[in-house]
Write a protein that binds this ligand. Structure first.
Ligand code: ADP
Ligand code: MG
Length: 692
């Protein structure tokens, strides 16, 4: 290979020092080309100024130390095998301990090895670190010798087997310096100047071979910006392509809307009025609305959806509302018909479990336009469902649906206006990242008459008092829900936990009506049980997490969550939202059974605030975006260096810069390098977009 080759797409096996075996291991780590290698960022740096001497470390410090393994070996204890290594740095000794995976460690750490270890210092006979993160150093990888900041790479077992260690990465990357020099910057100088960013070349050099901490910081800043920038670019391109979808403008606002509002029996909140106006403005345009409505549980999104749907219907189109579960669909149907009957708008329910004859009747009424509003589940997107003139679509709890399902419903009409709704409040930075292609409406105000739910964390010693409290509430005519967590992600244990709890509670509440609902109960029966609960025939409803979103039984005043420490904060907040919907004072009791400092901290937050946005923020900080989104945004992009929690200011400036570019050049015709990278790395998110 010519020394002057500088094509970043050069396959990695043509690089000096990378034979077929190494290329294979690199490919498996998703490194195919020189470019991929340059963007394989170090996971940590060793820097003389961050390395501590053992004599200076204190218990509970999280530290990096460098030393030699003096002795090491396996030991047998009552609890099983463990592996210990004593590390010396000339100023003192620290013991490293591994309890599991002894065999793997035993084979990889030898006496005399020089290690950089990272972990928390504990004291057990002597200073020790349990399960430290460690990197084996070679002579050129010791900041104490070289005085440099040294990059350490994520090394899979695969890479190690191919003898790709930290120093091999550094050596190989050093040898492709000419490629770095040829990396053309996809950001215009106007952007880098404005945002105070260094060039791509400097950043790529600096991320692998930082000259100083400042150099490293600037490199990280630049590469983080890039990741956010491309995502925002993607969002704006998607948004601008949605904005090209022309459709029927819905400008009428018939008397039906005012009639409904006049007879509600309550005043809409300022936030509800504002959001309704935002929707009206959108659908009055001849481009399809693509709006996400965020509002905490109980903030009153349903009535907003009803008013929007009625507005659409008075313009002569049909509206469809899709909910993720049958229970929710039923409930929406009830809320919708209550309002729509007043103004003689026809509404139908379409769910999976319906008699064939009924279903046929409904389908033909939808097709010939007799039905104006359809509320349903996934049943709405079946092939045989044909609309006469679908112009407005509401997707409730939109994160529970995939993009495909949402698309399927939209395709039943001719570019209908879309209102997506979610009760999972997410921090603003996250909203503009995940939903940056939609317009955002937020209901940030609760109905006035709403009394805040009082939350109390209790441990198991308080249960007698808790049960007594529940009995008193029921004597006063109220109802209670008891929720058990999924022990594991299997229906079987889900069932066991709830049934066991149910049997216990039946004994505790002898004479009261205790109901049980869980994932294995058939849909019909489930609906029956919910119906009885809604009618106050059941005093206490025991449930696994099937209760979740959206259930509206205003008479329920107590939510008792068992093993509350096993739930995420956002989930607890959702559960709490099931009570406090009526006129009575409501309570959320969180039973903490396995107390840890972490669970204490988390549950304390529930006691301290009812604000879903604060809770979401805390949840995100504590669990990290991966866990936070695990059930909701599966398969969404992975960051390499950027992160959602700490990059707020970068996200905002990246968004601003991306917006400007897309405004001036929506198809990136003048931004060739940006377009190329977007097509290459974000192709799967460009489904709805016409750039090639
Ligand atoms: P969510 O936003 O969680 O879907 P809902 O739409 O189910 O909330 O509303 C919760 C309850 O609050 C419903 O019983 C609804 O009738 C009531 N509600 C909605 N808006 C108001 C308001 N402005 N004032 C009083 N009650 C309201
Ligand atoms: Mg709702």
């Amino acid at each position: 290979m010519s020394e002057y080759n500088s094509d970043l797409n050069t396959p990695i096996q043509y690089i000096k020092g990378v034979g077929p075996k190494r290329a294979d291991a690199l490919n498996k780590a998703s490194i195919q080309t020189v470019n991929d290698l340059l963007h394989y960022y170090p996971r940590r740096y060793l820097d003389r100024s961050t390395v501590k001497s053992i004599k200076d470390i204190q218990i509970n410090d999280a530290v990096t130390i460098i030393g030699n393994v003096e002795v090491c070996g396996e030991r047998r204890t009552r609890k099983g095998k463990l592996f210990q290594a004593v590390l010396s740095d000339g100023t003192g000794l620290t013991t490293l301990v591994w309890f599991n995976g002894v065999k793997y460690i035993k084979n990889s750490i030898k006496k005399g090895d020089r290690l950089a270890v990272h972990g928390k210092i504990e004291f057990y006979n002597s200073l020790q670190i349990v399960h430290p993160d460690y990197d084996k150093l070679d002579s050129d990888a010791d900041p104490l010798n070289t005085g440099a900041i040294i990059a350490l790479y994520p090394l899979s077992a695969e890479l190690k087997r191919a003898k790709l260690e930290h120093h091999s990465f550094r050596r190989i990357i050093n040898s492709i310096d000419s490629f770095i020099l040829s990396a053309t910057d996809h950001l215009d100088e106007s952007i880098t100047k404005e945002e105070g960013l260094i060039s791509l070349r400097r950043a790529l050099k600096g991320i692998h071979f930082p000259k100083s901490n400042r150099d490293l910081e600037a490199s990280i800043q630049r590469l983080k910006f890039d990741e956010h920038f491309f995502l925002q670019l993607l969002m704006f391109i998607r948004k601008s392509s949605f904005e090209k979808i022309s459709t029927k403008s819905l400008t009428e606002s018939g008397p039906q809307v005012d009639m409904i509002i006049d007879e509600l029996g309550f005043e809409l909140t300022g936030a509800q009025k504002r959001v309704i106006q935002e929707i009206k403005n959108d659908i009055a345009k001849n481009i399809a609305m693509n709006r996400l409505l965020q509002g905490d549980v109980g903030s009153g999104k349903t009535i907003v959806a009803i008013i929007a749907a009625v507005t659409a219907v008075t313009n002569g189109v049909q509206a469809a509302i899709m909910a993720p579960t049958e229970i929710l669909a039923h409930q929406h149907y009830k809320s919708f018909t209550k309002q729509l009957n007043k103004v003689h708008i026809n509404c139908a329910l379409l769910v999976g479990k319906q008699k064939t004859a009924d279903r046929k009747k409904i389908l033909s009424a939808i097709e010939n336009g007799m039905i104006n509003v359809v509320v349903g589940t996934h049943a709405l997107i079946q092939k045989d469902v044909k609309f006469n003139n679908l112009g407005f679509v509401v997707v409730d709890e939109q994160h529970r649906f995939g993009v495909v399902q949402r698309g399927d419903l939209l395709e039943k009409g001719l570019h209908p206006h879309l209102l997506a709704m979610t009760a999972t409040p997410i921090p603003r930075t996250m909203a503009i990242t995940y939903h940056g292609d939609m317009d955002l409406s937020i209901i940030d105000e609760m109905p006035k008459d709403r009394m805040a739910v009082t939350t109390k964390v209790v441990d198991e010693n308080r249960m007698v008092k808790v049960y007594k409290f529940i009995i008193d509430e029921i004597a006063a005519g109220r109802q209670c829900m008891v929720v058990y967590p999924l022990v594991e992600e299997t229906e079987k244990s889900d069932l066991a936990a709830a049934t066991e709890g149910f049997e216990n509670l039946e004994k505790q509440f002898n004479g009261l009506n205790v109901g049980l609902i869980h994932g294995r109960i058939k849909k019909d029966d489930k609906d029956g049980i919910m119906e009885s609960f809604a009618k106050n025939e059941i005093n206490i409803l025991v449930a696994t997490t099937v209760i979740e979103v959206g259930i509206d039984v205003p008479n329920a005043s107590v939510m008792l969550v068992e093993h509350a420490e096993r739930f995420g904060l956002t989930q607890l907040h959702q559960l709490r939202g099931r009570v406090g919907r009526g006129s009575a004072k409501s309570y959320c009791i969180l039973v903490e059974r396995n107390v840890t400092p972490m669970s204490r901290r988390r549950l304390k937050i529930m006691e301290n605030t009812n604000d879903g946005f604060i809770i979401a923020d805390e949840d995100l900080k504590m669990r990290g975006p991966g866990r936070f989104f695990s059930t909701e945004q599966r398969g969404f992009f992975k960051y390499k260096i950027a992160d959602m929690v700490n990059d707020g200011p970068i996200i905002r400036s990246a968004r601003k810069a991306a917006q400007k570019i897309v405004k001036e050049d929506p198809l990136l015709e003048k931004h060739f390098l940006m377009r190329e990278r977007l097509l290459k790395e974000y192709a799967q998110y460009l489904d709805t977009v016409n750039i090639t």
